[in-house]
Design a protein around this ligand. Sequence first.
Ligand code: F6R
Ligand code: MG
Ligand code: MG
Length: 374
Amino acid sequence: MKITLSVIKADIGSIGGHIAPSQPLLAAVRAHIEANAQGRLIDHRISFTGDDVAILMTHRRGVGDEGVHKLAWDAFVAGTEVAKRQGLYGAGQDLLKDAFSGNVKGMGPAVAEMEIEERPNEPLLFFAADKTDPGAFNLPLYLAFADPMNTPGLILSPKMTKGFRFVIMDVNETSGDRVIELVAPEQLYDIAALLRDPERYVVESVWSRATGEQAVAVATSRLHNIAGKYTGKDDPVMLVRTQMNFPATGEVLAPYATAHYVAGGMRGSHNMPLMPVALNTGTSYFDGPPLVSCAAYAMREGRLTDALDAFAHPFWETVRARAADKAMEMRRQGFFGAAMLPMSELEYTGIMEKLAELQPRFRIRGEAVERKAA
Ligand code: F6R
Ligand code: MG
Ligand code: MG
């Protein structure tokens, strides 16, 4: 049976700054979906990670369906009303356009979707990250789908030895979706050469070369490309199918033990470790640290089980403690060097204005002396 999985998420307002949405906001989003799901959705789940609300939906209408996208958009509009009424900070922040026009792509909310031939049992993972951007998933996906040091299945499972196809997007291109397809293992170095630059090249999807099935869908939107200015970090969502022809759930989760440094944190402008957290966790330290949650589901004919919280397990407590140490270590050097993102990625324009002001005051040594003499 063909089933479409769609996850659409947006930051539409938070309590206490950019920490987490309120319960009434979540209730409004849920109520809108429940009242209007009939005839459109098979099932849905509402959750939050940091200040972002995610609507996970299953249906039979294919990817990019107007009815499904409008349902999510209108639910976010309903949530925004509540956010405004409660005085939440950044109410409606990610709804960058005034009116819905066919598809939420390019309108602010992040979208990850895939249409699949549902397996008799369908284990899947829904990842949501906050205070970072889509490139945060580059390293974990590379390790899970291309590196036998992380994923023994790549050498042990006959279903996986053909490797995986990566579709990678150049997210700096604003005229359209600029993508390249590369296969692992043959083009491993090419994949690595692109993925090392996660602000520009982002894994959009991953496919099994043995069966042609899609394993991964990542939201790749860049808000500042849509709005032309900083309006919040991109805070990506991702769907990953696991087991059988795909890496096992544990192989997909393992890379998050690195708590790798990603772009994000305070003002979307720093390098900070990605902390795996429990579902429905808000932000705290330094408007972060960047966080990632993972809800594990089984699905049958589009119906989802309850979410299992993949990062709630005691194992991740050690990782969280390490991530906190790494975060504080980086913060010790404030704005210097590697702690802050390069100029092109700074999300606030203040520093650009300051540097522009200072430029005319620079002198090439010798010039002043020569002028005096003249
Ligand atoms: C980062 C983020 C926050 C804000 C910061 C300042 O993605 O959302 O770190 O950038 O709290 O927010 P404003 O400029 O709204 O006061
Ligand atoms: Mg956010
Ligand atoms: Mg935000």
